[in-house]
Ligand binder design. Structure first.
Ligand code: PLP
Length: 406
């Protein structure tokens, strides 16, 4: 037999369960002709949330002239539009040179970690997190150290836990606000405390704000980078969520605050941006149109908007199930319900997700897939329309009733 080909040891601690083995099983079931209700992924377009027409039309119009490479950081006009956006959000001192366009925020998140980390460097990442962050730290040779977010306090970061976990090797802290998977939105006083911790311990703040316009109940988002100019911030955003255009792979990253201190790191970022030549050009052009146009996300998150109605339905139905508690999301597309271990003694939450899929044909992602330490949560995406969501919730309710009788 020929020698097996092994994956790199760099992947040993890398996991991305949102597209992991449970999804593979769901695909197999679909190939066998079974219909699955998918509450597993924040892909708005496939649930009938169309991208704004002006972005689509612009994409079509620009395509014939968008076949060339651009500057590695991106075209001037969309980067200029991002600068304007940072001004609206109160982030001081950003120039076009501080903006990097990418193939989605994902590429830039990986790049930002790759340019920073050496073996032994630690990065504070929330638990639960959007798992690309943990995976990117690991793949870059660093060590992710998870700080807890407190479900009893609206899923806000536990500041004492953060302080306890800082060591001489800690380089940075990741703040995902609004949060995936919890739907939390952090108030300004809390963000100020996080800035203070970063200031005291000379940490870089990586701020993932990709849901900053997906806000319910009239809530307002504060960019953490708007709160200080003596700390170094890298802020991420893009078109995938607020503009429902994740397939266009258009995102951006902005460096701000104490840029002088980060001169060498910024050179590293520039090097990595150059090595991948540039982000896709049609996606870059869409950034400018999106930021300048009518912000139609407002209609979806209005009191009677489609996203609000679906959030409310999912929240009310899940909260009414015995042994289930949920913090009501203030933002984003997700909730992270807790299954009381006394009522649902789950040992392995991936197995739990498999069983829900096999018995009820509902696909969710288990909480440990978001680096949550206990097998007692799962993430629910409330994107299907109310008919499908209602059906999914009926099935989850039935499955959990069966689980309680075991
Ligand atoms: N950050 C968070 C918190 C996300 O939830 C996602 C996607 O789900 C991303 C980043 C990646 O976004 P993009 O499509 O821009 O790569």
């Amino acid at each position: 037999m020929s020698k097996p080909i092994h994956k790199s040891s760099k992947l040993a601690n890398v996991c991305y369960d949102i597209r992991g083995p449970v999804l593979d099983k769901a695909r197999q079931m679909e190939e066998d002709g079974q219909k699955i209700i998918k509450l597993n992924i924040g892909n708005l377009a496939v649930f009938g949330f169309d991208a704004p027409d002006e972005i689509v039309q612009d994409m079509i119009r620009n395509l014939p002239s968008a076949a060339g490479y651009t500057d590695s950081k991106g075209l001037f006009a969309p980067r200029r539009a991002v600068v304007h956006y940072t001004q609206e959000k109160g982030i001081a001192g950003v120039t076009v040179d501080d903006v990097y366009l990418g193939n989605g925020a994902s590429e830039l998140i990986a790049m930002s970690m790759n340019a920073l980390l050496d073996a032994g460097d630690e990065v504070l990442v929330p638990a639960p997190d959007y798992p690309l962050w943990t995976a990117s730290v690991s793949l870059s040779g660093g060590t992710p150290v998870h700080y807890l977010c407190d479900e009893g306090a609206d899923w806000y970061p536990d500041l004492d836990d953060i302080r306890r976990k800082i060591t001489p090797a800690t380089r940075a802290i990741v703040i995902i606000n609004p949060n995936n998977p919890t739907g939390a939105l952090y108030p300004e006083p809390l963000l100020r405390e996080l800035v203070e911790i970063a200031r005291q311990h000379k940490l870089i703040v990586f701020a993932d704000e990709i849901y900053d316009k997906t806000l319910y109940d009239g809530n307002v988002h504060t960019s953490i980078a708007s709160l200080a100019d003596d700390v170094f911030f890298v802020t991420f955003n893009g078109l995938s969520k607020n503009y429902r255009a994740c397939g266009y792979r258009a995102g951006w990253m902005v460096v701000s605050g104490n840029k002088r201190q980060a001169k060498d790191y910024i050179e590293g970022l520039n090097m990595l941006a150059s090595m991948r030549l540039c982000a896709n050009t049609p996606g870059q052009l869409a950034v400018q149109t999106a930021l300048g146009g009518y912000q139609s996300i407002k209609d979806l998150v209005a009191p009677q908007g489609r996203l609000t109605r679906q959030r409310d339905m999912a929240y009310e139905r899940m909260s009414a199930i015995p042994g289930v508690s949920v913090v009501k999301p203030k933002a984003a597309l997700y909730m992270f319900p807790r299954l009381d271990p006394k009522v649902y003694p789950i040992q392995d939450d991936q197995q739990f997700a498999y069983e829900l899929l096999a018995e009820e044909k509902v696909l969710i992602v288990q909480g440990t897939g978001f680096n949550w330490p206990q097998p007692d949560h799962f993430r629910l995406v409330f994107l299907p329309n109310t008919d499908d969501l209602g059906e999914a919730l009926d099935r989850i309710e039935r499955f959990l009733a069966g689980y309680r009788r075991r």
